[in-house]
Design a protein around this ligand. Sequence first.
Ligand code: GLN
Length: 187
Amino acid sequence: MQGAFAEHVRALEASGARTRLVRTESDLDGLDGLVLPGGESTTMTMLMERVGLLAPLRHAIEKGLPVLATCAGMIVLAREVTDAMAGQEGMGLLDIKVRRNGYGRQVDSFEAGLQIDGIGDRDFPGVFIRAPLVESIGDARVIASYEGHPVAVKQGHITALCFHPELSGDLRLHREFVRMAANGSAR
Ligand code: GLN
C-alpha cells in the first residue's frame, strides 16, 4: 500500500523468490509469505481499511501466513502502540508493546551492527529510520537486541524488525524468510 515495498521486492527477488504487490484482497491468494514494509503505519492501516484489505489480511495471518514485518509493519501488527495517532490501533497479532518513533526525533536515523539469532555470527547492518521502540514483550521471542531493547522478534510464523533490512545490502534476513516461507515450515 505504501512505504519501502520496492526495495523489499528487489531483496526478495535477489533471494530467489517471485513477488507480487498486495493491494487488494485477491492479491493474497496463494501467497507463501508476505512482507509488511516500513513506511508510515497510520497511512498503511488507513489505506488497508479503505480498500477492505485489513480484515482479509488479519485472517490470512491468523491462519498462518508467514510474515516479515519491518518498522511500520511491526507497528501495524502490534498488540499495543504508544504514541499512536488518534484512532490508530495495532492489529494485535504480535504480542509486543511498541512506541512509535521511540528512538527520538533528534536521532531520526542511525545504523548499528546487530547480532541476530539464526543468521550467522557476522553483524547485521541495522538501518533504523524513525524506528519503533519495543517497550515490552509477551509471547514473542527476542532474536536481536540493541541497547537493552528488542529490535528483532519472532512469534510463530511472524518475524518483526525495528530496522530496514531491505536498505542494508545484506540479504541474510530475506533469504532466511524466503527459505522459511517456501518450506511452509511454520504452517
Ligand atoms: N515512524 C513510522 C511509523 O510510525 C515508522 C518508520 C519506518 O517505517 N521507517 O509508522
